[in-house]
Write a protein that binds this ligand. Structure first.
Ligand SMILES: Cc1cc2nc3c(=O)[nH]c(=O)nc-3n(C[C@H](O)[C@H](O)[C@H](O)COP(=O)(O)O)c2cc1C
Ligand SMILES: [Fe+2]
Ligand SMILES: [Fe+2]
Length: 384
């Protein structure tokens, strides 16, 4: 696949994989992107996941014909992009590996070889001329590992952005970028918003026509839309004006209350989404907690605390720097409801969390009293 006249796509689609990084469910597999720039010199950008070594080397061969690559640029040492460095280095003995100093020490850890004799260490704003194409490098620590860098090609105005702007899903299906890019972002990079913003600041001054991420489709056209989403996500700003209701229920009464709340909100033209943590992909729920302006957490009291799936969920939120949000809380308990207190205590780890005035405390099943609380919560959620 041609991205520009000189830049070709040589990545692979993994259609078999069910869980990315062993935890993110994949409906449409995963793409590991790799590119080659063919100029006076040839530069290969990243490798792919280990089981696709042969397919990737074949793609490369098809793109460059009888020529040999001069450089292999490594943006990120996570194995989904770096697994085939050794295979490449053995096949193309004269090629130089280009990466950050941190990457080379990771290479040594992974492969027992830091490529001392055939490496080019690059740092912020260093350049690599290939002919017409002159590449420059920007470091992007913690987007998503500490050694990450991105590459800008001034000639074709392409940013090779490593994991940034990446998404789940193979590249042979048509889907919208936003949903799966958000799930990828909040699951994998979400904790590092500050560092993502630093990268966005760095690329602001670049004239970019195309973003080539290491996962998902090549982004062209209205790049401001993608960048604006990233800016909001990195700044922990909600980008959906609505309410996410995330709940657990053992015997069904908390679920009934959630349905009741959802109906009330729906009648008030509120955009809502609900997630049952016992059944849903918790990372989809996590993503919506970050994206929706308001979130309601509803759970049962469980051994004096809260249902394990909710505990795990709140831990996931806090681990990813969940902040600056307004939450509504609903609890249920049969002898001594304690879920609201437990949730608030857990969320003390997060900064900028405020709570709606109205919360709901259910004793076993909704009654007049708790239904009144639910109505008050609904009214408060509907206020702008
Ligand atoms: C394993 C287990 C532990 C529980 N621990 C408590 C508890 O410590 N305090 C309490 O008030 N209720 C406790 N409950 C009861 C539930 O919180 C209560 O029945 C609630 O109404 C269930 O709501 P649901 O219908 O949405 O599942 C426990 C229930 C289970 C299954
Ligand atoms: Fe990564
Ligand atoms: Fe990746």
């Amino acid at each position: 696949m041609e991205i520009t006249r000189d830049i070709k796509y040589i990545g692979v689609n993994d259609k078999e994989i069910d869980l990315f990084e062993e935890q993110y469910p994949l409906k449409y597999g995963m793409a590991y992107n790799s590119y080659v720039i063919i100029d006076d010199k040839i530069a290969v950008l990243d490798t792919v996941e280990s089981k696709f070594s042969d397919e990737w080397l074949e793609n490369l061969k098809n793109a460059i014909g009888n020529r040999e690559p001069d450089y292999l640029i490594i943006h990120h040492m996570e194995p989904d992009h770096s697994a085939n460095i050794m295979d490449f280095a053995k096949k193309y003995e004269h090629a130089i590996i280009v990466s950050t100093e941190k990457s080379f020490s990771m290479m040594e850890q992974f492969f027992g070889d830091g490529f001392a004799k055939r490496r080019m260490i690059v740092a912020e704003n260093d350049t690599l001329p290939l002919g017409k194409h002159v590449l420059s490098f920007k470091i992007a620590p913690m987007v998503h590992w500490p050694e990450v860098m991105v590459t800008y090609d001034k000639y074709d105005k392409v940013l090779f952005s490593a994991d940034a702007f990446g998404k789940f899903g193979t590249n042979d299906i048509e889907d919208d970028w936003e949903h799966e890019a958000a799930r990828y972002y909040f699951g994998i990079i979400g904790k590092y918003g500050e560092q993502v913003n630093k990268l966005l600041d760095k690329i602001k001054s670049l004239d970019i026509n195309i973003i080539c991420s290491s996962h998902g489709m090549v982004l062209k056209g209205d790049l401001d839309n993608y960048i604006e989403h990233y800016r909001k996500w990195a700044s922990y700003e909600a980008d959906i004006d609505g309410v996410a209701i995330i709940y657990t229920s053992v015997y069904g009464n908390t679920k009934k209350a959630v349905k009741n709340l959802a109906e009330r909100l729906h009648l008030n033209d509120c955009t809502i989404i609900t997630h049952d943590l016992s059944r849903c992909d918790p990372h989809a729920a996590l993503t919506d907690a970050f994206r929706y302006k308001k979130t309601v957490l509803a759970t049962t009291t469980y051994n004096g605390e809260i249902f394990p799936k909710m505990r795990e969920f709140i831990n996931m939120l806090c681990e990813r720097n969940f902040k600056n949000r307004t939450l509504g809380l609903v609890e249920n308990g049969t002898w001594s409801p304690n879920a609201i207190k437990t949730m608030k205590k857990m969320l003390e780890r997060s900064s900028g969390i405020s709570y709606l005035e109205n919360c709901v405390s259910i004793k076993s099943a909704l009654n007049d009293e708790s239904e009144k609380q639910l109505k008050a919560l609904s009214d408060e959620l509907c206020k702008k």
